[in-house]
Design a protein around this ligand. Sequence first.
Ligand code: COA
Length: 166
Amino acid sequence: MIKYRPSDFSEVAPVWREKLWSAEYDFQSTSCMIYPSGYDIDIPKKYSAVFFVAEDEGKIVGVYSGHLTSPEHFRARGLYVDPDYRGQGISRQLFNLILAEAKKQKATLLWTTPRQSSWATYASFGFTQDSEFTHEGFRYGPNCYASMKVSTDNRLISFLKNYFLL
Ligand SMILES: CC(C)(COP(=O)(O)OP(=O)(O)OC[C@H]1O[C@@H](n2cnc3c(N)ncnc32)[C@H](O)[C@@H]1OP(=O)(O)O)[C@@H](O)C(=O)NCCC(=O)NCCS
């Protein structure tokens, strides 16, 4: 049975390095990208990231992370599910945890920069495409900016707390 739990950068970084990005990319636990474009180099000083993993009998089979990029904006970042475990709703469960965290941190907008190759998944989560897909500014593109409003309805948070004991 797949279990979902909070994690940290040291556990998720190897998955990102080996499966999603590459050894050449010196990524950090937070990104300086902001929505709807540009960078804020103070983000690592201002905000820290949360991490969640999906685990099957001790094996990490999915990861997702996120952090505020302004008091109102929360970025979802680094979604990856092991190929052997795709198509069973794991990314959706991880997304629900990130959305709950965005609500908990009082963000009003959840944003991300999905790859075109995974856009169907992000659209199914409810993201709206906000820019054209492009390679410019993206290492593993084409990507675009995408976002959704974060509802202030707290029922989802209560539900997730009860089920995952966050
Ligand atoms: C994208 C990815 C995370 C999806 O993970 P997953 O656990 O297989 O996704 P889920 O089973 O939770 O499916 C979520 C939704 O996406 C849809 N989906 C998933 N894979 C899809 C595909 N290849 N084509 C079309 N739709 C797809 C599902 O239909 C589902 O929607 P639904 O619930 O309305 O049916 C996974 O394929 C992956 O890790 N890909 C490589 C890394 C990557 O591209 N990460 C995103 C970087 S921006």
